[in-house]
Design a protein around this ligand. Structure first.
Ligand code: SF4
Ligand code: SF4
Length: 372
């Protein structure tokens, strides 16, 4: 978003306050200055020279989950996520972003992952006999979380795909960060270089469809990668395989499952029905809903973890409590960041509820294809 477009949006704000309704940061902290309406007022004063850009104002730019709930509610179409992305980019360029963001950007440029893990170990979770460099039209992009901290997710995806004889390839050490955390930090230059490297690898292996189990990677693909490939989230692939009769679940799961629409997969990618279709294909599940679901779902708080871990946990605990109040016995999400944040929120507040990522839930219930 250009400076001129930001100014236009600031003066478009009608001060109606509808943006406050689903803003998890405002609902938890209660400061008007953290609503989009309040932020627009502050930006207007800065533009008109009535206020200076102070350290607390800069820090408040990172006290936003970029969940896009305000965008859905705003009658004048103000897109604060795009505004904050552009502002973060400027703050980083001018080296006035918070120190944590400058360090994150430097680490991502060096290691191509946000965990400061060595690049060459990106594929170390793969079986030793995995045929690296195998060509296939289907490429499973694992992402940083699956590669370094939650290997159980890619292993589960592989188990399901292998059990039905689906052909695919994995980049392993040749994969780079998708660019999502780099873009969120405001470092477009590093993100562009990383994206180009990934695209080169997609082409090298002859991929046409890029499958991922990471909601953040999927959002980045559809919004920042060239349209030369078909980008799909695993829930879209699995729902399609279920409809075709290729993927069948045979064991029962007798739980009252509540599905949480994470922001990256939901509002940012528009994927709402496929995770529910997969859950409904497992015998025994009773599917229930949060009061605010799909486009209106309220964020888990995970994106503010870096800026304010305590706030992220409080927001997560509020969602977990809601799930309990709705009568759920199992909370399922299709985003590892949501799952980790929910677990932290429940742990720190003593809430008891089973929780699982959809990809981790599935292998146990799949009916394997008979070998010819
Ligand atoms: S993007 Fe989400 S957290 Fe940020 S201001 Fe909008 S509703 Fe609040
Ligand atoms: S909903 Fe939109 S127009 Fe209304 S106060 Fe919020 S940002 Fe301004």
């Amino acid at each position: 978003m250009t400076e001129q477009e930001i100014i236009e949006q600031v003066y478009t704000c009608a001060s109606c306050g509808y943006c406050r309704f689903g803003c998890v940061v405002y609902n938890e902290i209660g400061f008007e200055s953290l609503t989009v309406r309040g932020r627009m007022q502050i930006l207007k004063k800065i533009i008109e020279g009535k206020m200076k850009l102070t350290k607390p104002i800069i820090e408040s730019m990172y006290m936003c989950a970029q969940c896009q709930n305000c965008n859905v509610r705003c009658p004048t179409g103000i897109d604060f996520v795009k505004i904050s992305e552009a502002i973060r980019e400027t703050l980083l360029k001018e080296k006035i972003a918070p120190e944590s963001q400058i360090t994150l950007s430097e680490n991502l440029a060096k290691d191509s992952n946000p965990f400061r893990e060595p690049l060459e170990e990106r594929g170390s979770w793969l079986p030793s006999n995995y045929p690296l460099g195998k060509k296939s039209e289907n490429l499973y992009f694992v992402g940083c979380t699956g590669s370094y901290s939650l290997n159980r997710i890619p292993k589960s995806i592989m188990r399901v795909l292998d059990s039905i004889g689906f052909d695919y390839t994995i980049l392993g050490p040749d994969e780079r960060c998708c660019g999502s955390p780099i873009l969120r930090a405001g470092d477009r230059e590093t993100a562009t270089k990383t994206i180009e490297k990934n695209i080169g690898q997609f082409r090298k292996l002859g991929a046409k469809t890029i499958i991922t189990a990471c909601a953040g990677c999927h959002t980045t693909f559809i919004h920042h990668y060239p349209p030369d490939f078909n980008y799909i989230h695993f829930t879209q692939l699995f729902a399609k395989l279920i409809k075709e009769g290729t993927l069948v679940f045979e064991k029962e799961l007798n739980e009252k499952v509540i599905y949480f629409d994470g922001c990256d997969l939901g509002r940012h990618s528009g994927i709402y029905e496929e995770p529910r279709e997969i859950l409904m294909a497992i015998p025994g599940i009773e599917l229930i809903e949060f009061q605010y679901n799909r486009e209106e779902a309220e964020c888990c708080g995970g994106p503010v973890l870096g800026a304010n871990a305590d706030l992220a946990r409080k927001i997560a605990a509020t969602r977990v409590q809601e799930a309990i109040d709705r009568g759920a016995t199992l909370l399922v999400t299709a985003c590892p960041t949501c799952l980790l944040n929910f677990k932290e929120g429940a742990r720190t507040t003593g809430l008891q509820l089973q929780m699982q990522d959809l990809s981790l839930l599935l292998p146990k219930y799949v009916k394997a294809k008979k070998k010819d």
